[in-house]
Ligand binder design. Structure first.
Ligand SMILES: *Cc1c(COP(=O)(O)O)cnc(C)c1O
Length: 224
């Protein structure tokens, strides 16, 4: 079954705009992050040919390889890390990504600060918040957010946004409105929330970035 990536991108951008103009809480601009994890470089190129320039990956090594394979076009692309990051991959992460959305603990803050200084790179940095306080999930607990932001300031890391992944069995709007409130309280302009199933809702609650994978590239096959 073939997937029409260009058509999917167009439909989703139309839906984002539809939700955006309908809500008073919506951001003036919403960026669509095309999540290409598990998908081949050909799919990234199809989206690129359709004019898309913002991509997301959840694994450092996979992203490194895929976005090296696209050559010169990489310069025009904004690449986001949206998956958990181990401190021993901080170096590669800083080399590879333009935006890192998954900062969630002091050790990682320190490792990234060191690499950013060493490589003289200037990625945008968001903190992931575990809004559902789920034990197995990455992200800082809401009650620890202020301390982590203070540590980032101490380490000269400029945080510009928050990201969340709501628990699967809960109403996502509660999490979206909560994350939006936390961002406002802490003066953070960017809000990364919403995926294929709920991006329109996230837009209504003020998302500046939505992360859509299967809605653009088709279902992922993890059995291969
Ligand atoms: C995979 C993934 C997405 C995209 O999920 P879809 O449901 O395919 O749109 C968004 N955010 C994160 C953090 C992901 O890991």
């Amino acid at each position: 079954m073939s997937v029409d990536i260009a058509q999917n991108l167009k439909n989703i951008k139309d839906q984002i705009e539809f939700s955006r103009v309908e809500s008073l809480m919506a951001s003036e601009r919403v960026s669509l992050i095309a999540v290409s994890k598990t998908k081949p470089v050909e799919d990234v190129l199809s989206a690129y040919e359709a004019g898309h320039r913002i991509f997301g990956e959840n694994k450092v090594q996979e992203a490194q390889k895929k976005f090296k394979d696209i050559g010169q076009k990489r310069r025009e692309i904004e690449l986001h890390l949206i998956g958990p990051l181990q401190t021993n991959k901080a170096k590669e992460a800083i080399e590879t990504f333009d935006v890192i959305q998954t900062i969630d603990r002091p050790k990682l803050v320190k490792a990234l600060a060191k690499e950013i200084e060493k490589q003289e790179r200037n990625p945008e940095l968001y903190i992931q918040v575990n809004t559902g306080e789920e034990q197995q999930k990455a992200g800082v607990l809401p009650e620890d957010l202020k301390d982590l932001l203070a540590l980032c300031r101490d380490q000269d890391l400029s945080i510009t946004g928050l990201m969340c992944i709501p628990p699967v069995n809960e109403e996502p709007s509660l999490h979206f409105s909560f994350l939006s409130k936390l961002a406002q309280e802490n003066d953070l302009p960017n809000l990364s929330m919403g995926m294929s199933n709920d991006f329109d809702l996230a837009v209504r609650f003020g998302a500046t970035h939505v992360r859509v994978g299967s809605g653009i590239f088709g279902a992922r096959d993890y059995s291969a």
